[in-house]
Design a protein around this ligand. Structure first.
Ligand SMILES: [Zn+2]
Length: 366
């Protein structure tokens, strides 16, 4: 995800945002407190020590096996400040009732980091897709889980050849497991089309691809509320990246196809995003995201028609501002994603150069 700019600093984003509506205005929950956004649905917002500085989490009033309580949707990273915010929520926002289950939309650290702690503390089950459960379990094993050497080699193959940057990427082997030190050993599987009964209301699981392996959003028709996770954000566009574990993936196509599934939901649906504020204007936002990526694809196509380009060579075109190393790795993943979308369509071909770098071009120019 690109870090959000404050309103007023990006006129284009401001203009698009005017097509959306924020029913709660400028209301934001303060750390440790909740704001009710729909009957039985509470909004929590916790701080993150990143450029993207917060995540929204949700409390759903529930009852399981006759026991009243709450279901949690998403957890925040594993950190002492996050645990302290949760403790305040337990004390002030649960009406003296317990947490009954922990639902996680996908395996990224800001969503699953504290799942093990919440499940352990309340002795409850983690609910998540099988794919994201498996990958989070692998990542939480430490440097032996996700390979930072493989990540560096993959970025080098796509033109990130600066030895300094590659050395730093190789040194990040514990990045995931620092934020997600453990994942429960057991889970309850969520799949597309499953219907969960939460607090007597039906919530439909909607799978989404291209951002995480198998992201699950939740939709309640009775409330016309969509918990969109990272698949439907206002203002900022969801990160869509190719990763070294699946080096020939086409996540941009998967993402665009996935968000089209939300077109079947009513126009007045209140979307609860993982970042930013609850909004209406779902159908407009779907179109904006298509337009955004279509523009990027056109720019990439034009550049690669002039001369074959690597993903690294496209960074100044796709990202007009200076990037730190962390942002560069995200940007590389996105750049490869746009190249792969065109490659899968047959509009670009790729060649491995004598310098060991993939370049993508069109026609005779390659
Ligand atoms: Zn995510």
């Amino acid at each position: 995800m690109k870090p959000p700019e404050p309103p007023g600093t990006n006129p284009h984003a401001d203009k698009l945002e005017q097509q959306l509506h924020y029913p709660l205005g400028h209301t934001l929950p303060t750390p440790g407190t909740a704001v009710t956004v729909a009957p039985g649905v509470k909004w929590l917002r916790m701080g993150l020590p990143f450029a993207l500085n917060h995540i929204n989490l949700w409390l759903l009033r529930d009852e399981i096996d006759g026991q009243p309580g709450w279901s949690v949707v998403d957890c925040c990273i594993s950190s002492e400040p996050a645990k302290a915010q949760w403790e305040q929520v337990f004390a002030d926002e649960l009406d003296s009732l317990p947490i009954l289950r922990v639902i996680v939309t996908h395996m990224h650290p800001d969503h699953i980091g504290l799942a093990h702690w919440l499940c352990e503390r309340w002795q409850v089950r983690l609910w998540i897709s099988a794919t994201d459960f498996g990958l989070a379990r692998i990542g939480s094993q430490g440097p032996g889980g996700f390979s930072s050497d493989a990540a560096a080699a993959f970025f080098a193959l796509h033109g990130l050849t600066d030895p300094n940057s590659l050395e730093k990427i190789r040194g990040r082997g514990s990045y995931f497991s620092t934020l997600v030190p453990a994942v429960p050993r057991q889970y309850r599987r969520l799949q597309d089309g499953d219907v969960l009964t939460i607090g007597g209301r039906a919530w439909l699981c909607i799978s989404g691809y291209g951002h995480a392996p198998e992201h699950i959003s939740l939709y309640c028709a009775e409330l016309q509320v969509l918990i969109g996770g990272d698949m439907m954000l206002p203002r900022i566009s969801t990160n869509v990246s190719v990763y070294d574990q699946e080096p020939e993936s086409n996540p941009l196509r998967q993402f665009l196809d996935s968000i089209d599934k939300f077109k079947a939901l009513p126009a007045q649906t209140l979307t609860l995003p993982a970042h930013g504020k609850p909004f209406t204007g779902l159908h407009a936002r779907i179109q904006q995201l298509h337009d955004h990526h279509d523009e990027r694809l056109l720019e990439v196509m034009q550049a690669c028609t002039v001369k074959p380009c690597s993903a690294a060579e496209l960074l100044p075109l796709l990202f007009k501002r200076a990037l730190d190393l962390h942002q560069t790795t995200f940007a590389m993943g996105e750049s490869i994603a746009h190249l792969h979308a065109l490659w899968f369509e047959g509009r670009l071909q790729r060649r491995l150069g004598d310098d060991g770098v993939y370049r993508f071009g069109a026609g005779a120019g390659l």
